[in-house]
Design a protein around this ligand. Structure first.
Ligand code: SF4
Length: 487
């Protein structure tokens, strides 16, 4: 009898042509008849075109932000032949799959293609007003931690007196946001969202409109007391807790707060127990950054999750987001021995996840995913000269407690030097979020980037900036109808 796995269609040799160790020659051979049929060419032309198509798939599966002219020069073909290649590529779905499942495929499937489908990238490219596809609310007036990597200015916080007015402003944004995309809005910071005493009401208001909010939190204040004071927290779609270590010492070294690991763990254990009593309780997940030299801690991370699961065996944690800390590596590359260690640690981790937390969904992010495949991924690095002065408010904005609308995700901290230049405007009782974005776009406002501004962009902002840079170059080179390669 066949197992369920046997029933899955196996990826074809064309679909696998972008994976490390794949044999391009067999993909070319398999492609030849398809190319003949799609492009209506003879044998010799089909062979040449098939070779170019495999090269194109391999390029865009590892370097998704390549400009079309660079790809054309790389192949050494004239424009008419390149046009034929792009048309033929679009007619063979297996080639698209090969790009999407290649080493950098997560750039495509997690971010670029979903945002493409929303229309927000085209709006940004053409400078058209558009309600932002992603709206981050930063409701925390303060934070109990002081993480060493956090850009937060020590001691900076919002006045307590700004909370009531801020929450009214957030309520107005919740009422204003279109509900066609339930995942459009999330809660994060800036500072710690759970330090806002009106958070539960805001969450219930959003849920009442059908919005599925995820909250990014350190969970230090996710106590039973907070939950009974703010029952609206149960209306969240998901809670993503940032972990800062796996014991009290590691936590203290990062957050400077004593015994904070024990407290967060106790909160999560209790939250797990309480979740069992509610059918529609929020999904629970963790996010963990692998610090340099700490890849071996991944096994302890699985044990920690298994421990949390034991307090609610029928409600195991749903997800884990793993990222790597690249901040100390100017070229974004790992040293060879570190890369080998990381690959080994990731495969041991995979194995332990399968054995101890089999239902856990692990999101490895762009870079770790390709490392798992054995390819050394370079991190995308936007520099001031490649930042777009018009930014991308059609794609994403972030709003703090004062109503200030920030253009980048890491800029929304109080008193952060230079960050106020990235405020598109302020939401007030007379000015909606849609109006703030519309004015910024219609008045063609620009922010001239200076050195250091690149740190205001998080990974998502970097992907969007790179994609828009690529699209702009493709359009300028006369490839407007096929700009961006995949859509
Ligand atoms: S990183 Fe988060 S938890 Fe740490 S100090 Fe900054 S806002 Fe607080």
């Amino acid at each position: 009898m066949s197992s369920p796995v046997d029933l899955q269609p196996k990826p074809s040799v064309i679909e696998r042509c972008t994976l490390p160790g794949a044999d391009p020659a067999s993909a070319v051979a398999a492609l030849r008849p398809l190319v003949s049929a799609a492009a209506g060419t003879g044998e010799a032309d089909a062979e040449r075109l098939a070779g170019h198509l495999v090269s194109l798939a391999r390029t865009y599966s590892t370097e998704p932000f390549t400009q079309l002219e660079a790809a054309r020069h790389g192949l050494g073909v004239e424009r008419p032949e390149f046009r034929l290649l792009l048309d033929t590529f679009a007619r063979i779905p297996e080639l698209r799959t090969a790009v999407e499942q290649g080493p950098a495929g997560k750039y495509w499937t997690n971010t670029v293609l979903p945002v493409e489908r929303s229309g927000a990238l085209d709006a940004a490219l053409h400078g058209k007003p558009w309600f932002p596809n992603s709206v981050g609310l930063y409701p925390g007036p303060t934070c109990m931690f002081r993480c060493h990597f956090c850009v937060r200015v020590t001691g900076a916080k919002y006045e307590h007196s700004s909370v009531a007015g801020g929450n009214e402003m957030f309520a107005s944004i919740i009422d204003e946001v279109p509900t066609d995309n339930p995942a459009r809005m999330y809660l994060s910071g800036g500072l710690e969202p759970l330090t806002n005493p009106g958070l539960g009401e805001l969450i219930s208001r959003a849920a009442g409109r059908g919005l599925k909010l995820t909250m990014y939190t350190n969970s230090f204040a996710l106590t039973e007391q907070t939950l009974s004071r703010q029952p609206g927290i149960w209306d969240l779609h998901a809670i993503r807790t940032s972990l800062y270590g796996l014991n009290d010492d590691e936590y203290q070294a990062t957050t400077t707060k004593r015994a904070s690991f024990s407290r967060v763990k106790k909160n999560l254990m209790r939250f797990q127990e309480l979740r069992r009593e509610r059918q529609d309780a929020p999904r629970l997940g963790l996010s963990y950054i692998i610090l340099p030299g700490r890849a071996h801690r991944l096994l302890d991370l699985v044990d920690y999750i298994a421990e949390l699961n034991a307090s609610a065996p029928d409600r195991p944690l749903e997800f884990l987001t793993l990222r790597e800390d690249y901040s100390g590596r100017p070229d974004g590359k790992l040293a060879p021995e570190e890369r080998a260690q990381m690959q080994e640690a990731l495969s041991a981790f995979d194995e332990r996840v399968r054995a101890h937390t089999p239902t856990l969904h692990v999101d490895y992010g762009y870079a770790l995913e390709s490392q798992r495949m054995g390819v050394d991924a370079e991190l995308l690095r936007i520099r001031p000269e490649t930042m777009r002065p018009t930014a991308h408010p059609q794609v994403a904005v972030q709003v703090d407690l004062l109503g200030d609308v920030y253009l980048y995700r890491e800029a929304g901290f109080p008193d952060l030097k230079g960050a106020d230049r990235y405020i598109a405007g302020r939401v007030t009782p007379d000015t909606s979020l849609a109006e703030v974005v519309e004015r910024f776009v219609v008045e063609r406002r620009e922010v001239e980037p200076v050195a250091g501004d690149e740190y205001f962009l998080d990974g998502y902002d970097q992907v969007i900036s790179a994609r828009l840079g690529q699209m702009t170059a493709d359009v300028a080179a006369g490839w407007g109808d096929v700009r961006g390669f995949l859509r």
